[in-house]
Design a binder for this molecule. Structure first.
Ligand code: GDP
Length: 424
Protein backbone atom coordinates (compact mmCIF):
# COMPACT_ATOMS: atom_id res chain seq x y z
CA UNK A 1 0.00 0.00 0.00
CA UNK A 2 1.35 3.40 -0.95
CA UNK A 3 0.19 6.46 0.98
CA UNK A 4 1.16 10.07 0.36
CA UNK A 5 1.35 12.67 3.13
CA UNK A 6 1.02 16.12 1.59
CA UNK A 7 0.02 19.67 2.52
CA UNK A 8 -3.21 21.46 1.54
CA UNK A 9 -1.93 24.98 2.14
CA UNK A 10 1.32 26.95 2.12
CA UNK A 11 3.40 24.33 3.92
CA UNK A 12 4.17 23.99 7.64
CA UNK A 13 0.87 22.19 8.20
CA UNK A 14 2.51 19.56 10.40
CA UNK A 15 3.29 16.95 7.73
CA UNK A 16 6.47 15.94 9.57
CA UNK A 17 4.58 14.96 12.67
CA UNK A 18 1.96 13.01 10.70
CA UNK A 19 4.64 11.22 8.66
CA UNK A 20 6.67 10.39 11.77
CA UNK A 21 3.49 9.01 13.34
CA UNK A 22 2.44 6.95 10.28
CA UNK A 23 6.01 5.74 9.78
CA UNK A 24 5.54 3.34 12.68
CA UNK A 25 3.50 1.16 10.30
CA UNK A 26 5.65 1.86 7.23
CA UNK A 27 8.55 -0.01 5.68
CA UNK A 28 9.78 2.74 3.38
CA UNK A 29 9.50 6.54 3.45
CA UNK A 30 10.25 8.47 0.28
CA UNK A 31 10.95 12.14 -0.30
CA UNK A 32 9.81 12.81 -3.87
CA UNK A 33 10.24 16.56 -4.46
CA UNK A 34 11.71 19.73 -3.01
CA UNK A 35 15.04 20.12 -1.35
CA UNK A 36 16.59 21.50 1.79
CA UNK A 37 14.56 24.72 1.53
CA UNK A 38 11.78 23.75 3.91
CA UNK A 39 11.92 21.99 7.22
CA UNK A 40 9.84 19.57 9.18
CA UNK A 41 9.85 19.79 12.94
CA UNK A 42 9.53 16.46 14.68
CA UNK A 43 9.29 15.72 18.36
CA UNK A 44 9.71 12.13 19.53
CA UNK A 45 11.47 10.09 22.19
CA UNK A 46 14.91 11.18 20.90
CA UNK A 47 14.13 14.89 21.24
CA UNK A 48 13.16 17.73 18.93
CA UNK A 49 14.56 17.76 15.38
CA UNK A 50 14.35 20.05 12.38
CA UNK A 51 14.81 17.94 9.24
CA UNK A 52 15.36 19.54 5.85
CA UNK A 53 16.31 16.72 3.53
CA UNK A 54 15.88 13.43 5.38
CA UNK A 55 12.45 11.82 5.28
CA UNK A 56 10.58 12.01 8.58
CA UNK A 57 10.81 8.24 9.02
CA UNK A 58 14.50 8.19 9.93
CA UNK A 59 13.79 7.83 13.62
CA UNK A 60 12.67 4.21 13.42
CA UNK A 61 15.12 1.38 12.86
CA UNK A 62 12.65 -0.69 10.83
CA UNK A 63 12.29 1.86 8.01
CA UNK A 64 14.27 2.59 4.86
CA UNK A 65 14.47 6.25 3.86
CA UNK A 66 14.65 7.09 0.19
CA UNK A 67 15.75 10.28 -1.49
CA UNK A 68 13.76 9.96 -4.70
CA UNK A 69 14.69 11.10 -8.19
CA UNK A 70 12.42 14.15 -7.90
CA UNK A 71 14.36 15.67 -5.00
CA UNK A 72 16.84 18.53 -5.21
CA UNK A 73 19.64 16.67 -3.46
CA UNK A 74 22.01 18.81 -1.43
CA UNK A 75 24.64 16.19 -0.67
CA UNK A 76 26.56 17.96 2.14
CA UNK A 77 23.31 18.99 3.85
CA UNK A 78 22.04 15.40 3.69
CA UNK A 79 25.18 14.03 5.29
CA UNK A 80 25.36 16.73 7.94
CA UNK A 81 21.78 15.94 8.80
CA UNK A 82 22.44 12.21 9.12
CA UNK A 83 25.46 12.95 11.34
CA UNK A 84 23.48 15.36 13.51
CA UNK A 85 20.75 12.84 14.31
CA UNK A 86 23.23 9.99 14.88
CA UNK A 87 25.16 12.28 17.26
CA UNK A 88 21.97 12.62 19.28
CA UNK A 89 21.48 8.90 19.75
CA UNK A 90 19.25 7.98 16.80
CA UNK A 91 20.36 4.65 15.24
CA UNK A 92 22.17 5.03 11.89
CA UNK A 93 19.28 5.32 9.44
CA UNK A 94 19.10 3.10 6.35
CA UNK A 95 19.19 5.53 3.43
CA UNK A 96 19.00 5.02 -0.31
CA UNK A 97 19.63 7.78 -2.83
CA UNK A 98 18.20 7.59 -6.33
CA UNK A 99 20.83 7.33 -9.06
CA UNK A 100 18.54 9.64 -11.06
CA UNK A 101 18.30 12.37 -8.44
CA UNK A 102 20.07 15.57 -9.39
CA UNK A 103 22.37 17.53 -7.12
CA UNK A 104 22.19 21.08 -5.87
CA UNK A 105 25.61 22.61 -6.58
CA UNK A 106 27.18 25.48 -4.67
CA UNK A 107 26.64 27.77 -7.68
CA UNK A 108 22.89 27.12 -7.46
CA UNK A 109 22.88 28.45 -3.92
CA UNK A 110 25.07 31.41 -4.86
CA UNK A 111 22.91 32.34 -7.83
CA UNK A 112 19.77 32.01 -5.69
CA UNK A 113 21.23 34.53 -3.22
CA UNK A 114 22.52 36.85 -5.98
CA UNK A 115 19.11 36.90 -7.68
CA UNK A 116 17.30 37.77 -4.43
CA UNK A 117 19.85 40.55 -3.90
CA UNK A 118 19.26 41.82 -7.45
CA UNK A 119 15.48 41.82 -7.02
CA UNK A 120 15.75 43.73 -3.74
CA UNK A 121 12.28 44.68 -2.48
CA UNK A 122 10.65 42.56 -5.22
CA UNK A 123 12.33 39.34 -4.08
CA UNK A 124 10.48 36.02 -3.60
CA UNK A 125 11.66 35.54 -0.04
CA UNK A 126 13.69 32.53 -1.14
CA UNK A 127 15.50 30.49 1.52
CA UNK A 128 18.57 30.71 -0.77
CA UNK A 129 18.92 26.94 -0.83
CA UNK A 130 19.41 27.00 -4.59
CA UNK A 131 16.06 25.40 -5.39
CA UNK A 132 14.85 27.64 -8.23
CA UNK A 133 18.21 27.68 -10.09
CA UNK A 134 18.47 23.92 -9.50
CA UNK A 135 15.10 23.03 -11.03
CA UNK A 136 15.59 25.53 -13.88
CA UNK A 137 18.80 23.72 -14.77
CA UNK A 138 17.22 20.29 -14.41
CA UNK A 139 14.54 21.14 -16.97
CA UNK A 140 17.01 23.02 -19.16
CA UNK A 141 18.92 19.71 -19.17
CA UNK A 142 22.11 21.14 -17.70
CA UNK A 143 21.87 19.65 -14.22
CA UNK A 144 24.16 17.04 -12.66
CA UNK A 145 22.51 13.66 -12.10
CA UNK A 146 23.93 11.38 -9.40
CA UNK A 147 24.56 8.66 -12.01
CA UNK A 148 26.92 11.03 -13.87
CA UNK A 149 29.29 11.07 -10.88
CA UNK A 150 30.44 7.65 -12.06
CA UNK A 151 31.52 8.84 -15.51
CA UNK A 152 34.71 10.91 -15.20
CA UNK A 153 35.07 11.60 -18.92
CA UNK A 154 31.53 12.98 -19.15
CA UNK A 155 32.00 15.13 -16.06
CA UNK A 156 35.33 16.62 -17.22
CA UNK A 157 33.69 17.79 -20.43
CA UNK A 158 30.50 18.90 -18.74
CA UNK A 159 32.07 21.08 -16.02
CA UNK A 160 33.71 23.21 -18.73
CA UNK A 161 30.44 23.61 -20.62
CA UNK A 162 28.45 24.50 -17.46
CA UNK A 163 31.07 26.94 -16.15
CA UNK A 164 31.07 28.74 -19.51
CA UNK A 165 27.34 29.24 -19.38
CA UNK A 166 27.04 30.18 -15.70
CA UNK A 167 30.00 32.54 -15.92
CA UNK A 168 28.16 34.77 -18.38
CA UNK A 169 25.52 35.38 -15.73
CA UNK A 170 28.03 35.67 -12.91
CA UNK A 171 30.16 38.20 -14.77
CA UNK A 172 27.61 40.35 -16.56
CA UNK A 173 24.42 40.13 -14.52
CA UNK A 174 25.61 39.61 -10.96
CA UNK A 175 29.24 40.89 -11.06
CA UNK A 176 30.38 38.04 -8.81
CA UNK A 177 33.33 35.60 -8.76
CA UNK A 178 33.40 33.12 -11.65
CA UNK A 179 33.25 29.32 -11.56
CA UNK A 180 36.50 27.45 -12.24
CA UNK A 181 35.82 24.12 -14.01
CA UNK A 182 38.51 22.32 -11.93
CA UNK A 183 36.87 23.44 -8.70
CA UNK A 184 33.48 22.35 -9.94
CA UNK A 185 34.95 18.92 -10.74
CA UNK A 186 36.45 18.75 -7.23
CA UNK A 187 33.08 19.60 -5.71
CA UNK A 188 31.45 16.78 -7.67
CA UNK A 189 34.15 14.33 -6.53
CA UNK A 190 33.48 15.33 -2.89
CA UNK A 191 29.79 14.61 -3.40
CA UNK A 192 30.61 11.29 -5.04
CA UNK A 193 32.61 10.19 -2.00
CA UNK A 194 29.74 11.02 0.33
CA UNK A 195 26.89 9.62 -1.70
CA UNK A 196 28.40 6.50 -3.34
CA UNK A 197 27.52 3.93 -0.64
CA UNK A 198 23.82 4.84 -0.81
CA UNK A 199 23.18 5.12 -4.54
CA UNK A 200 20.84 2.69 -6.24
CA UNK A 201 17.99 2.42 -8.71
CA UNK A 202 15.35 3.42 -6.15
CA UNK A 203 12.48 3.12 -8.64
CA UNK A 204 13.34 -0.55 -9.14
CA UNK A 205 13.68 -0.98 -5.37
CA UNK A 206 10.20 0.55 -4.93
CA UNK A 207 8.76 -1.54 -7.75
CA UNK A 208 9.85 -4.70 -5.92
CA UNK A 209 8.63 -3.33 -2.59
CA UNK A 210 5.18 -2.62 -4.05
CA UNK A 211 5.06 -6.16 -5.46
CA UNK A 212 5.95 -7.56 -2.02
CA UNK A 213 3.10 -5.58 -0.45
CA UNK A 214 5.35 -3.30 1.60
CA UNK A 215 3.93 -0.16 3.21
CA UNK A 216 5.34 2.91 1.54
CA UNK A 217 4.88 6.54 2.55
CA UNK A 218 5.53 9.38 0.14
CA UNK A 219 6.37 12.54 2.06
CA UNK A 220 5.58 15.85 0.41
CA UNK A 221 7.17 19.18 1.17
CA UNK A 222 5.26 22.50 1.31
CA UNK A 223 1.63 22.39 0.11
CA UNK A 224 -0.79 22.80 -2.78
CA UNK A 225 -0.62 26.59 -2.82
CA UNK A 226 3.13 26.45 -3.46
CA UNK A 227 2.77 24.13 -6.46
CA UNK A 228 4.22 25.70 -9.63
CA UNK A 229 1.09 24.87 -11.68
CA UNK A 230 -1.77 24.97 -9.19
CA UNK A 231 -0.36 27.34 -6.58
CA UNK A 232 -0.06 31.11 -6.33
CA UNK A 233 2.37 31.46 -9.23
CA UNK A 234 4.95 33.02 -9.25
CA UNK A 235 5.13 32.96 -5.44
CA UNK A 236 5.51 29.19 -5.52
CA UNK A 237 8.24 26.64 -5.18
CA UNK A 238 9.96 25.07 -8.19
CA UNK A 239 8.83 21.45 -7.93
CA UNK A 240 5.32 20.05 -7.74
CA UNK A 241 3.98 19.68 -4.22
CA UNK A 242 1.09 17.44 -5.27
CA UNK A 243 0.56 13.78 -4.40
CA UNK A 244 0.24 13.11 -8.12
CA UNK A 245 3.86 14.11 -8.54
CA UNK A 246 4.74 11.45 -5.97
CA UNK A 247 4.42 8.90 -8.76
CA UNK A 248 7.01 10.73 -10.84
CA UNK A 249 9.35 11.88 -8.08
CA UNK A 250 9.53 8.37 -6.62
CA UNK A 251 9.19 6.44 -9.87
CA UNK A 252 6.07 4.37 -9.14
CA UNK A 253 2.83 3.97 -11.12
CA UNK A 254 0.20 6.64 -10.27
CA UNK A 255 -2.49 4.04 -9.53
CA UNK A 256 -0.43 2.62 -6.68
CA UNK A 257 -1.03 5.73 -4.54
CA UNK A 258 -4.16 4.60 -2.76
CA UNK A 259 -4.31 7.06 0.11
CA UNK A 260 -3.64 10.78 -0.03
CA UNK A 261 -3.44 12.06 3.52
CA UNK A 262 -3.75 15.79 3.17
CA UNK A 263 -2.60 17.83 6.14
CA UNK A 264 -4.49 21.02 7.04
CA UNK A 265 -3.58 23.20 9.98
CA UNK A 266 -6.42 24.53 12.18
CA UNK A 267 -5.33 28.10 11.35
CA UNK A 268 -3.14 29.46 8.54
CA UNK A 269 0.51 30.40 8.27
CA UNK A 270 2.70 31.16 5.30
CA UNK A 271 6.28 32.09 4.57
CA UNK A 272 7.60 34.14 1.71
CA UNK A 273 5.74 36.67 -0.39
CA UNK A 274 2.37 36.32 -2.15
CA UNK A 275 -1.36 36.84 -1.59
CA UNK A 276 -2.64 35.47 1.72
CA UNK A 277 -6.32 36.36 1.97
CA UNK A 278 -7.06 35.40 5.58
CA UNK A 279 -3.86 37.02 6.90
CA UNK A 280 -3.99 38.84 10.23
CA UNK A 281 -1.62 41.46 11.59
CA UNK A 282 -0.53 43.26 14.73
CA UNK A 283 -1.17 41.94 18.22
CA UNK A 284 -3.71 39.36 17.04
CA UNK A 285 -1.12 37.81 14.69
CA UNK A 286 1.68 38.06 17.26
CA UNK A 287 -0.33 36.14 19.82
CA UNK A 288 -1.25 33.32 17.39
CA UNK A 289 2.37 33.17 16.17
CA UNK A 290 3.72 32.95 19.70
CA UNK A 291 1.25 30.23 20.71
CA UNK A 292 1.33 28.40 17.36
CA UNK A 293 2.99 25.12 16.39
CA UNK A 294 5.29 23.94 19.10
CA UNK A 295 7.16 26.92 20.47
CA UNK A 296 5.88 29.44 17.96
CA UNK A 297 5.46 29.78 14.20
CA UNK A 298 8.98 30.51 13.03
CA UNK A 299 10.61 28.96 9.95
CA UNK A 300 12.36 25.63 10.58
CA UNK A 301 15.08 26.56 8.04
CA UNK A 302 15.42 30.31 8.46
CA UNK A 303 13.92 31.13 11.88
CA UNK A 304 11.86 33.82 10.12
CA UNK A 305 8.51 34.71 11.75
CA UNK A 306 5.73 33.13 9.67
CA UNK A 307 2.82 35.18 8.37
CA UNK A 308 -0.34 34.26 10.27
CA UNK A 309 -4.03 34.02 9.41
CA UNK A 310 -7.33 32.35 10.24
CA UNK A 311 -8.32 29.02 8.73
CA UNK A 312 -9.14 29.52 5.07
CA UNK A 313 -11.90 27.16 3.86
CA UNK A 314 -11.62 28.41 0.26
CA UNK A 315 -7.88 27.76 0.01
CA UNK A 316 -8.10 24.48 1.94
CA UNK A 317 -10.98 23.08 -0.12
CA UNK A 318 -8.95 23.87 -3.24
CA UNK A 319 -5.81 22.48 -1.62
CA UNK A 320 -7.53 19.17 -0.79
CA UNK A 321 -9.12 18.94 -4.23
CA UNK A 322 -5.85 19.30 -6.12
CA UNK A 323 -4.18 16.78 -3.84
CA UNK A 324 -7.06 14.35 -4.31
CA UNK A 325 -7.43 14.01 -0.54
CA UNK A 326 -8.76 10.67 0.67
CA UNK A 327 -8.20 11.71 4.30
CA UNK A 328 -7.62 15.05 5.96
CA UNK A 329 -5.34 15.28 9.00
CA UNK A 330 -6.38 18.41 10.89
CA UNK A 331 -3.46 19.62 12.98
CA UNK A 332 -2.42 22.02 15.73
CA UNK A 333 -5.99 22.37 16.94
CA UNK A 334 -4.86 22.59 20.58
CA UNK A 335 -3.33 26.01 19.88
CA UNK A 336 -6.75 27.65 19.36
CA UNK A 337 -7.95 26.92 22.91
CA UNK A 338 -7.25 30.50 24.05
CA UNK A 339 -9.75 32.22 21.77
CA UNK A 340 -13.28 33.33 22.77
CA UNK A 341 -14.33 33.34 19.14
CA UNK A 342 -12.50 31.85 16.18
CA UNK A 343 -12.86 33.59 12.83
CA UNK A 344 -12.85 31.31 9.78
CA UNK A 345 -12.59 32.50 6.19
CA UNK A 346 -15.57 31.01 4.32
CA UNK A 347 -15.47 32.98 1.08
CA UNK A 348 -13.53 35.52 -0.95
CA UNK A 349 -15.07 38.79 -2.05
CA UNK A 350 -13.62 39.72 -5.44
CA UNK A 351 -14.88 42.77 -7.32
CA UNK A 352 -18.04 42.82 -5.17
CA UNK A 353 -18.87 39.15 -5.63
CA UNK A 354 -18.40 36.35 -3.13
CA UNK A 355 -16.89 33.09 -4.27
CA UNK A 356 -15.91 29.84 -2.56
CA UNK A 357 -13.62 28.78 -5.40
CA UNK A 358 -9.93 29.65 -5.15
CA UNK A 359 -8.98 31.90 -8.08
CA UNK A 360 -5.79 32.40 -10.09
CA UNK A 361 -3.21 34.82 -8.73
CA UNK A 362 -4.31 38.05 -10.45
CA UNK A 363 -7.78 37.77 -8.83
CA UNK A 364 -6.43 36.47 -5.57
CA UNK A 365 -4.59 39.75 -5.08
CA UNK A 366 -7.99 41.50 -5.02
CA UNK A 367 -9.77 39.04 -2.72
CA UNK A 368 -11.07 40.13 0.67
CA UNK A 369 -11.91 37.48 3.26
CA UNK A 370 -15.51 36.78 4.22
CA UNK A 371 -15.24 35.73 7.85
CA UNK A 372 -17.57 33.70 10.01
CA UNK A 373 -16.99 33.62 13.76
CA UNK A 374 -17.35 30.33 15.58
CA UNK A 375 -17.46 30.10 19.38
CA UNK A 376 -14.18 28.97 20.99
CA UNK A 377 -13.89 26.16 23.56
CA UNK A 378 -11.62 27.99 25.99
CA UNK A 379 -9.76 25.00 27.39
CA UNK A 380 -6.74 22.79 26.80
CA UNK A 381 -7.57 19.79 24.61
CA UNK A 382 -4.14 18.17 24.77
CA UNK A 383 -4.14 14.62 26.08
CA UNK A 384 -7.65 13.84 24.81
CA UNK A 385 -7.72 10.54 22.86
CA UNK A 386 -11.39 10.14 21.91
CA UNK A 387 -13.25 12.40 19.58
CA UNK A 388 -16.38 12.41 21.78
CA UNK A 389 -14.36 13.79 24.69
CA UNK A 390 -13.51 16.97 22.80
CA UNK A 391 -15.56 20.00 23.93
CA UNK A 392 -18.70 20.51 21.89
CA UNK A 393 -17.54 23.82 20.41
CA UNK A 394 -14.31 22.16 19.35
CA UNK A 395 -16.19 19.36 17.57
CA UNK A 396 -18.42 21.99 15.98
CA UNK A 397 -15.33 23.80 14.69
CA UNK A 398 -13.97 20.58 13.15
CA UNK A 399 -17.33 19.58 11.66
CA UNK A 400 -18.01 23.05 10.27
CA UNK A 401 -14.64 23.05 8.51
CA UNK A 402 -15.16 19.50 7.27
CA UNK A 403 -18.47 20.48 5.66
CA UNK A 404 -16.94 23.62 4.10
CA UNK A 405 -13.96 21.83 2.57
CA UNK A 406 -15.92 18.71 1.63
CA UNK A 407 -13.24 16.14 2.51
CA UNK A 408 -13.28 13.80 5.52
CA UNK A 409 -11.23 14.82 8.54
CA UNK A 410 -10.19 11.40 9.79
CA UNK A 411 -7.39 12.49 12.12
CA UNK A 412 -7.21 15.40 14.54
CA UNK A 413 -3.82 16.33 15.96
CA UNK A 414 -3.96 17.93 19.41
CA UNK A 415 -0.28 18.22 20.27
CA UNK A 416 3.16 17.96 18.63
CA UNK A 417 4.01 14.44 19.89
CA UNK A 418 3.51 11.08 18.15
CA UNK A 419 0.74 10.09 20.56
CA UNK A 420 -1.20 13.34 20.27
CA UNK A 421 -3.72 12.13 17.72
CA UNK A 422 -7.45 11.48 17.68
CA UNK A 423 -8.77 9.11 15.01
CA UNK A 424 -12.36 9.50 13.88
P1 GDP B 1 5.68 20.57 8.14
O1 GDP B 1 6.70 21.23 7.32
O2 GDP B 1 4.35 20.44 7.43
O3 GDP B 1 6.13 19.27 8.69
O4 GDP B 1 5.35 21.50 9.38
P2 GDP B 1 6.37 22.16 10.44
O5 GDP B 1 7.14 21.11 11.09
O6 GDP B 1 7.11 23.28 9.85
O7 GDP B 1 5.33 22.88 11.40
C1 GDP B 1 4.52 22.22 12.24
C2 GDP B 1 4.84 22.67 13.66
O8 GDP B 1 3.75 22.37 14.46
C3 GDP B 1 6.00 21.93 14.29
O9 GDP B 1 6.63 22.76 15.23
C4 GDP B 1 5.34 20.75 14.98
O10 GDP B 1 6.05 20.24 16.10
C5 GDP B 1 4.07 21.37 15.44
N1 GDP B 1 2.91 20.52 15.49
C6 GDP B 1 2.49 19.55 14.62
N2 GDP B 1 1.28 19.09 15.00
C7 GDP B 1 0.94 19.78 16.11
C8 GDP B 1 -0.22 19.79 16.95
O11 GDP B 1 -1.20 19.09 16.73
N3 GDP B 1 -0.22 20.69 18.00
C9 GDP B 1 0.83 21.52 18.25
N4 GDP B 1 0.74 22.36 19.28
N5 GDP B 1 1.92 21.55 17.46
C10 GDP B 1 1.96 20.70 16.42
Amino acid sequence: MVKAVVGANWGDEGKGKITDMLAREADIIVRFQGGANAGHTIINNYGKFALHTLPSGVFYDHTTSIIGNGVALDVPVLFKEVQSIVDRGVPQPKILVSDRAQMVMSYHKNIDAYEEERLGGKSFGSTKSGIAPFYSDKFAKIGFQVSELFDDALLKEKVVRIAEQKNVLLEHLYHKPLIKPEELFEELMEYKKMVEPFVCDTALYLHNAVKEGKNILLEGQLGTLKDPDHGIYPMVTSSSTLAGYGAIGAGIPPYEIQKVITVCKAYSSAVGAGAFVSEIFGGEADELRRRGGDGGEFGATTGRPRRMGWFDCVASKYGCRLQGATDVAFTVLDVLGYLDEIPVCVGYEINGEVTKEFPATHLLEKAKPVLKRLPGWKCDIRGIKNYEELPENCRNYIEFIESEIGYPITMVSNGPGREDIIYR
